[in-house]
Design a binder for this molecule. Structure first.
Ligand code: PLP
Length: 423
């Protein structure tokens, strides 16, 4: 079998070999599981690089002035920041912690954009001290807080986050473009905020930002949102957010990156005027399909259903439990179906089901199971529920594998304990 027989949810540079074993970046998936243990996130480095390049090329072909920002909440991991910084893209951070990691990963502070609907004074100070290029203003309280932090220092370039009143067809928890949102200023409130910022000596309003939601599989909502913000005025910079959906399963057909970029740039040119600087903030579309998670089957229980229980679950992939997200799964050296199964995690919740309905090929204890498309919001949302150590992140490229984040240990679980008598 070849790459073309794998679903598009799998990373580029992955394939099934002649024996039907999954190869990732030139490494055998079952061997990776043996060497590094499971669960493990396996990142195909060439996939990450290729998608970043595709975004940049698509913008180059269409826009005179642009920047592509890695929405780093999707995969806040130093090695991922490093690869994407090397590919020449910029970065968005949504907290002081993401800022610290982005700097560590090598992003130029001037190319970092700081988001957040509840930025603290400490986070704003950190951004200023680090020389963050732009801060995205989310609310009126933040305007005053940031003015106080800037004081009589050099004015801070800012963008104003607005909600265009348009949202895509996606889960409510990841829909952000509607007027009744915790993010940004509604179309009604935005004009006052714009006027307020134009009067500010400390803040330099350079443009608008919007992000209508995530995992959006059609282009029309992006177009409508751009048209909707046009009446707010004429600005040199527009950050059009992220949101491009990806394939989690073979049935999902996301738009091509080039078509998404063309839709946004062409609509901006038409609705906002020619020559604007266009920023885009993909998270999921940059990183989701670069990564798979490997698990080992611990038990196969047959009652009404066949419950295939693996050594991870909601501590390494919270998305199915949070949003009902759907994934594919296969046995890494025995692709195919035959046994209708429920792929379930090891956590003490009945809802800890990774894939509710999946066909596996005669699953057995000890099999290595793979779920593709876990690069976005997997490692990012990993947690220690049930005291389960978080998985390592392994980069693979051209037949080599290297650990970029080690597996947590039981010692790590107690690393922040303060015992009576300690200092
Ligand atoms: N920009 C902002 C402000 C966001 O909140 C998000 C995701 O929540 C993104 C960009 C990235 O979205 P996606 O991963 O869907 O591209």
């Amino acid at each position: 079998m070849t790459r073309s027989q794998l679903s598009q949810a799998y990373p580029l540079a992955s394939r099934l070999d002649e024996d039907g074993r999954l190869q990732l970046g030139g490494c055998d998936a079952v061997e990776l599981a043996r060497e590094f243990g499971t669960p493990a996130y396996i990142v195909v480095e060439d996939d990450l690089r290729a998608r970043a390049q595709t975004f940049v090329e698509a913008f180059k072909a269409r826009a005179k002035s642009f920047d592509v920002l890695f929405a780093s909440k999707a995969f806040p991991c130093t090695a991922v920041y490093r690869v994407l910084a090397q590919e020449g893209i910029a970065c968005d951070v949504a907290s002081g912690g993401e800022l610290a990691l982005a700097l560590r990963g090598g992003f130029e502070p001037s190319r970092i954009y700081m988001h957040g609907n509840a930025k603290s004074v400490d986070e704003l100070r950190f951004a200023r001290e680090a020389g963050v290029g732009h801060i995205v203003i989310d609310n009126a309280d933040e305007i005053e807080r940031l003015e106080a932090v800037v004081g009589d220092g050099d004015p801070q370039p800012v963008l104003l986050r607005v909600t265009p009143g348009v949202s895509g067809d996606t889960h409510a928890a990841i829909s952000t473009g509607q007027a009744d949102s915790k993010f940004g200023f509604s179309m009604l409130d935005a004009p006052d905020a714009i006027a307020r910022l134009r009067d500010s000596a400390a803040l330099d309003l350079v443009g608008l930002h919007m992000h209508i939601g995530s995992q959006i599989l059609e282009l029309d909502p992006f177009r409508r949102a751009i048209e909707a913000i046009a009446p707010l005025g004429d600005f040199p910079v527009y950050n059009l957010g992220g949101g491009l959906g990806v394939a989690y399963t073979s049935e999902q057909e996301p738009p091509r990156i080039a078509d998404y970029v063309a839709a946004k740039v062409d609509t901006a040119e038409h609705a906002l005027g020619p020559g604007k600087r266009i920023l885009d903030e993909p998270g999921r579309a940059l990183v989701a399909n670069s990564t798979v998670t490997l698990y080992t089957v611990q038990s196969v229980k047959r009652n009404v259903s066949t419950w295939v229980a693996v050594d991870g679950g909601m501590s390494d992939n919270l998305r199915p439990m949070l949003y009902g997200s759907v994934y594919e799964a296969q046995i890494a050296d025995r692709f195919g179906g035959g046994t209708p199964s429920r792929l379930t995690g090891k956590h003490c919740e009945s809802g800890d089901v990774i894939v509710r309905d999946v066909e596996l090929a005669d699953p057995r204890v000890g099999d290595v199971v793979v779920t593709p498309a876990t690069g976005a919001y997997g490692h990012a949302m990993a947690n220690n529920y049930n005291g389960v150590p978080r998985p390592p992140v392994i980069f693979v490229a051209h037949g080599d594998a290297r650990v970029v984040v080690r597996r947590e240990t039981y010692q790590d679980l107690a690393a922040r304990d303060v015992e009576p008598g300690d200092g």
